[in-house]
Design a protein around this ligand. Structure first.
Ligand code: AMP
Ligand code: MG
Length: 527
């Protein structure tokens, strides 16, 4: 018997929608609506995360058992589960979009694990809710594989993220027009069970402010501080304004740290709308995300974003700040003087700049960031962009250059494999050699052996990221009924910073056939 300890504070402490009908509507004066998952016809467990199961106290046998598979498919509930969907709004691509809400996510409750850690459990793709607008509440296998694998890969990379417990095939078809060209087709349906300490988004606050529901906004802020930020200390006599400022400052800090991680590993979220921004600074809502192959700050994986490139790799810090400013707008409704919010936003910029310097110093193998490093680092990125170097491979090879007997001579050849096109490599080789001369001069300023340096670099520069083309291959196989590549990618992603002998293929840079292929180079929002 699976026994989880539920303590559903969100339901208990925040007002719910009194209307029990599962009908699309505007939900006023409430943070959530009761709604049951819609049953599916033939659920099967395609994959699961043993780490997440372990954290929740679910053993391997229970994980595969019929009763639990039924729960993870939305066909049954465990004692203590009360399903609901939450109300949020958001700014999408820069514009206020009104009420959005959990349109296809249904929360099952909050589990408190044996260490006292709280986890919200949520099924994504479990059927319509009052927030489904014109859509069906379902998810297809391809996008569910992407969310499942990437959540866990990010966790193992040390990037703050929501987690994934399970991937269920529903046995039901889901109709999607993948390329928005009128050629809708049936695809296999799936459900991911997502897990996070909190799924609260910026948009949860924005919707209440947009509706001028001031008392409820204040209540949600208090609840969030209390439940999700227990480590924040306040003096006894702190005013509402002071509490709010301290908390928002922390949200800014966590968001800055998150984006520094994304820039470190080459992750592009793809849809940084404010409804996809976690209050805890977690990566949330894996849609048309992508991993940078050839380094390019202008790259966006999202086809909807191809023209504007609002959410491209290099814009992420700036967009995070813009999103925080929208959250500040919402919170300012509670303050007579919004100056502390503006100060916190400035704090975002400062934290980001400081942490990004630390991160880049680490990526290049400097002991600490020094005056003048910015030029050297920027020139390397410029070169990587123009000469098409693979972001992941370049830094792993850079960790090796110090070992050669004549490093300056040998280094370009060591780095050669990181470039996508040999003609570009040859064209830029003189510039690369010149850069390497300066790089070695810079390294000489640090007291560090090549061994120490490469070890440190390999702890921050991953060898394995969830390359877009690999996931696409796993999807194509799974759609033919063979999920083995999902399991293998999950396993590779468990140890992303170490060489894994025999698994070199999973670190290989994007092959030519994947350069412009849908699912590998670009992704539609249809999911
Ligand atoms: P996204 O851009 O995927 O973050 O989604 C934006 C909004 O659309 C959220 O409110 C989602 O819950 C909702 N949504 C996306 N896909 C579906 C779907 N298939 N059914 C219902 N709601 C959806
Ligand atoms: Mg979303």
């Amino acid at each position: 018997m699976i026994q989880l300890n539920f303590d559903n504070r969100f339901l208990r402490e925040l007002p719910g929608d009194p209307d029990p009908r599962n009908r699309v509507r505007q939900v006023l004066g409430a943070c959530w609506s009761p709604v049951s998952p819609t049953a599916v016809s033939a659920p099967s467990l395609v994959a699961h995360s043993r780490e997440m199961a372990f954290a929740l106290g679910i053993d391997a046998a229970a994980m595969r058992s019929r009763p639990l598979v039924d729960v993870l498919a939305g066909n049954a509930l465990l004692p203590g589960m009360f399903p609901y969907a939450t109300c949020y709004g958001g700014h999408q691509f820069g514009n206020w979009a009104g009420q959005l809400g959990d349109g296809r996510a249904i929360l099952l409750g909050e589990v408190v694990d044996r260490d006292g850690q709280r986890w919200e459990i949520q099924l994504k793709g479990a059927g319509p809710t009052p927030y489904s607008r014109h859509a069906d509440g379902r998810a297809v296998l391809r996008s569910s594989i992407r969310e499942f694998l990437c959540s866990e890969a990010m966790h193992h990379l040390g990037v703050p993220t929501t987690r994934a417990l399970s991937l269920i095939g529903t046995g039901d078809p889901v109709e999607r027009d993948m390329f928005y060209d009128g050629r809708a087709a049936d695809e296999p349906g799936a459900i991911v069970c997502r897990v996070a300490p909190s799924f609260t988004r910026f948009g949860h606050f924005e919707i209440l402010a947009a509706r001028n529901e001031k008392a409820l906004l204040a209540k949600l802020v208090d609840f969030t501080i209390d439940r999700d930020f227990p480590e924040l200390a306040f003096s006894q006599d702190a005013t509402t304004g002071q509490r709010l400022a301290v908390w928002f400052n922390e949200v800014c800090r966590l968001t800055a740290l998150l984006v520094v991680h994304w820039m470190r590993v080459g992750f592009v979220h793809g849809v940084m709308n404010t409804d996809n921004m976690s209050i805890l600074g977690l990566t949330i809502d894996y849609g048309p995300y992508g991993w940078v192959d050839n380094f390019d700050p202008g790259w966006t994986p999202n086809t909807t974003d191809a023209a504007g490139k609002r959410y491209c790799f290099g814009h992420q810090p700036e967009i995070a700040r813009w999103n925080l400013a929208r959250l500040a707008d919402a919170l300012s409704l509670l303050l007579a003087d919004p100056a502390p919010l503006a100060a916190a936003l400035d704090g975002f910029g400062e934290t980001y700049a400081r942490e990004a310097e630390k991160m880049f110093a680490g990526k290049f193998g400097f002991k600490a960031w020094r005056e003048g490093d910015a030029d050297l680092v920027n020139e390397a990125f410029e070169l990587m962009l123009l000469a098409e170097a693979d972001m992941t491979d370049f830094f792993r090879q850079l960790a090796r250059v110090g070992f050669a007997s004549d490093p300056a001579q040998a280094a370009p050849e060591i780095l050669r494999g990181a470039f996508y096109r040999d003609d570009y490599y040859r064209q830029f080789q003189p510039a690369l050699s010149a850069w390497l001369q300066r790089y070695f001069a810079r390294l000489a300023q640090d007291e560090q052996t090549p061994d120490e340096r490469s070890e440190n670099m390999n702890r921050i520069n991953p060898r394995f990221v969830l390359r877009n083309y690999l996931t696409q291959q796993a999807i194509e196989k799974a759609e033919q009924g063979d999920p083995s590549l999902i399991h293998e990618l999950l396993d590779v992603s468990r140890d992303p910073y170490r060489d894994q002998p025999g698994r070199e293929a999973f670190a290989a840079k994007r092959p030519d056939w994947a350069r412009h292929k849908a699912g590998c180079a670009m992704l539609s929002c249809s999911s």
